[in-house]
Design a protein around this ligand. Structure first.
Ligand code: ADP
Ligand code: MG
Length: 678
């Protein structure tokens, strides 16, 4: 049976079995579906079909004696001329002096290596005397771990294929295979391990990419449907008259996009289903306003509500603005890690007794000691900065609170349909009226003096500036040293006329508060800061954002930083100081100066950096696909999503026998993840 442990295969002893388990190969099925991560090509192609910089294999006759030169300590370079077709190709091999004896004039050799089209030269990584064998020109390369060797693995897979591949059943209904021209499952499986040619391999991969995406999408959508149908959620009967009154008191009129999102959220609150919604909107599009109204709505239903944000600065800022906003409407409290002792006890008691009905905080909110009394709604800002578990813990604190996630890092469509396939999405795709477009410039770091003059001019006109200090990779401590140095430098340059402030993550929270307060009141004009001001900070009088080492930030992060200005009526500027070395870096700076739309930027960022980097590694919560690549295979992902929607809407999994195998597999996988489907 294909689901037997892999130890049942002949040749697998205890030791090998342990190593295989280390590679997540437990069953024979796991072994069969352990795919190569790349393929080496030993196919011999005519010279005119070789591609520059790719690994190629050529075959020809050695002309003249190869020449060997030594340099440095123990380093050597062997050069041989080989006649291929009617051309002479140069072969270069490093540090394998011994090969000279074997490669003599007149010999026929097969050489594999990197091809340089311009010089007609190959950098040899592999050579073989004689002609290449016709069989197996495509060599699969498997990812290995522990002491398992390629030979061992190949042998096991070959045995497993012979003995068990008849048990590999088709799971996709025929019409999908036909309309997408996908090879049958067991045939595709063989091709993945023993490709007949690159064409067949391509189709086999296409099949498994589609299969993988379809299974994933079905899973996500089934779970989402189930969450919706669970009637145990809370139905919050908010008072729409009170909510309307609250809105009418705001100093501005909501945009259409804000109204639409708000309506979707309020509908979720009222419904017995549990809200699981993502609110997306570019920086400054007015998400916080929508969040505040939603929190208030929950309060009119007699519930508590909470806003969780990623940094203390932000919590403090929201708390201050909410205190004003909710004056006479709600009792707002702040809870962060640095609130301690008696004050903390008091706040915890207020939360527990529901005397506090709107709670703003950092992840301090999810600690065990925090007991909510009647949590109706939870809003999580900049959700990608929280780990999956943190979100879940908070959700679990209420009975079944409605949860809204907010993000100003616009999530590319690609990621949205994978990461958030199980969520509803609202989008604020319109900016409040009267905002001026921020002008973005990219300058070399040697132009700093002119940038400083520019800041001084803006300050003369009553405005303020941020200067984000240079970044030193992965080291918070050094970054702070940098900030301090820059702070002294700017102080020397500007004071006493212009006051310079300093902000970084290691300041005591009282100090942070004080600096932010002074900046908000224009007692500080130039704020030197690390990226702690990246999200949410709102000082509308600031009109200049200067970012050192801009090439080292992700585009979405630069966009966030840029979003700190342009929040008031005056023209604002973002100046990127950067000396990028490579083309990609230059391209990124160019994109920043040309694109102001956050969604467009994030798409481009994703293209340039790949999905793993997009949210930062650990907290990404992104699914890992074995064969598919979310960015590269985006079209397949979209197709799979649409197909999954059709299948679920029609109820085919449960009702149509053609889908029963698919359903069975799906149920197995979901159970493995600790959930059940029916
Ligand atoms: P976000 O959270 O999406 O970055 P905010 O809610 O912080 O945006 O809004 C940015 C600024 O715009 C705030 O100063 C806010 O008061 C203001 N604002 C929000 N909605 C509107 C609106 N409809 N019209 C005018 N200004 C608005
Ligand atoms: Mg915000």
């Amino acid at each position: 049976m294909i689901n037997e442990p892999v130890i049942n295969i002949k040749g697998v002893g205890d030791k090998l079995y342990q190593s295989l388990v280390g590679m997540d190969i437990r069953t024979i099925n796991d072994l069969l579906f352990y795919f190569p991560n790349r393929y080496d090509n030993y196919e011999i192609k005519p010279l005119n079909q070789l591609v520059h910089n790719e690994k190629v294999t050529i075959e020809g006759e050695i002309i003249g004696e190869p020449s060997l030169t030594f340099y440095g300590r123990k380093k050597s370079r062997l050069v041989l001329n080989v006649q291929v077709e009617h051309m002479v190709v140069k072969g270069v091999m490093f540090n394998r002096a011994f090969a000279k004896k074997q490669l003599q004039a007149g010999e026929i050799v097969t050489l594999t290596g990197k091809w340089d089209q311009h010089r007609l030269q190959i950098t040899i990584s592999n050579y073989k005397k004689g002609r290449a064998k016709a069989e197996d020109p495509i060599q699969p390369i498997y990812p290995l771990k522990g002491d398992v060797t390629t030979r061992q693995l190949k042998k096991l897979i070959s045995t497993a294929l012979t003995q068990y591949s008849h048990e590999v059943v088709e799971i996709l209904p025929d019409e999908y295979l036909e309309s997408y021209k996908l090879p049958p499952r067991s045939e595709a499986l063989k091709q993945m391990h023993y490709p007949a040619n690159f064409q067949a391999l391509k189709h086999a991969k296409r099949r498994f990419i589609y299969e993988e995406f379809l299974l994933f999408q079905l899973k996500m959508q089934l779970l989402r449907k189930r969450h919706k149908e669970a009637t145990e959620g809370n139905s919050q009967a908010y008072d729409y008259r009170k909510v309307d009154h609250f809105i009418s008191r705001l100093p501005f009129k909501l945009t259409d996009a804000q109204n639409k999102s708000l309506k979707e959220i309020l509908k979720d609150l009222e419904s017995p289903y549990r809200m699981n919604r993502l609110l997306q909107g570019d920086v400054g599009s007015g998400k916080t306003a929508v969040a505040a109204i939603s929190l208030y709505a929950s309060l009119t239903a007699g519930k508590q509500s909470a806003l969780m944000v990623p940094t203390e600065i932000l919590a403090e800022q929201h708390y201050q603005s909410f205190k004003e906003l909710f004056e006479g409407y709600a009792n707002v409290v702040l809870l962060t890690g640095s609130i301690k002792g008696k004050k903390r006890k008091e706040i915890l008691a207020k939360i527990k007794s529901q005397e506090a009905n709107i709670i703003v905080g950092t992840h301090a909110l999810i600690q065990d000691e925090v007991l909510f009394s009647n949590l109706g709604t939870v809003i999580i800002d900049e959700q990608h900065r929280f780990g999956v578990n943190q979100r879940k813990t908070l959700r679990d604190k209420g009975i079944h609170p409605d949860v809204l996630f907010m993000t100003a890092t616009p999530i590319p469509r690609t990621l949205a349909i994978t990461t958030f396939g199980d969520m509803d999405v609202s989008q604020i795709d319109e900016m409040p009226l009267g905002r001026k477009e921020i002008e973005t410039y990219w300058v070399k770091e040697q132009m700093l003096d002119r940038v400083l003059d520019f800041i001084a001019k803006e300050v003369e006109q009553g405005h303020q500036a941020y200067v984000i200090c240079p970044l030193i990779e992965e080291s918070d401590k050094l970054d702070i040293q940098n900030a301090v140095d820059l702070y002294h430098q700017l102080q020397a340059n500007y004071e006493p006329n212009i006051k310079v402030g300093l902000m970084h993550g290691r300041l005591h929270s009282n100090e942070k508060e004080e600096v932010m307060r002074q900046y908000a009141q224009n007692q500080i004009q130039v704020l030197v800061s690390t990226t702690v001001v990246e999200v949410g900070v709102n000082v509308p009088n600031a009109t200049v954002m200067v970012i050192y080492d801009a090439e080292r930030f992700g585009l979405s992060q630069l966009h966030q930083l840029r979003g700190r200005v342009g929040r008031g009526e005056s023209q604002s500027y973002c100046i990127l100081l950067a000396d990028p070395k490579g083309d990609v870096g230059k391209e990124r700076m160019r994109i920043m100066t040309e694109t102001i739309n956050g969604f467009e930027l994030s798409e481009q960022d994703l293209q340039l950096r790949g999905p793993g980097d997009f949210f930062g590694k650990k907290q990404s919560g992104l699914p890992e696909f074995k064969v598919g690549d979310m960015v590269h295979d985006y079209r397949a992902l979209e197709t799979a999503r649409n197909d999954a929607q059709d299948i679920i809407n029609a109820g085919w999994l449960q009702n149509n026998p053609n889908y029963s195998r698919l359903y069975k597999l799906l149920k197995q996988e979901v159970i493995l993840n600790g959930e059940t489907l029916d």
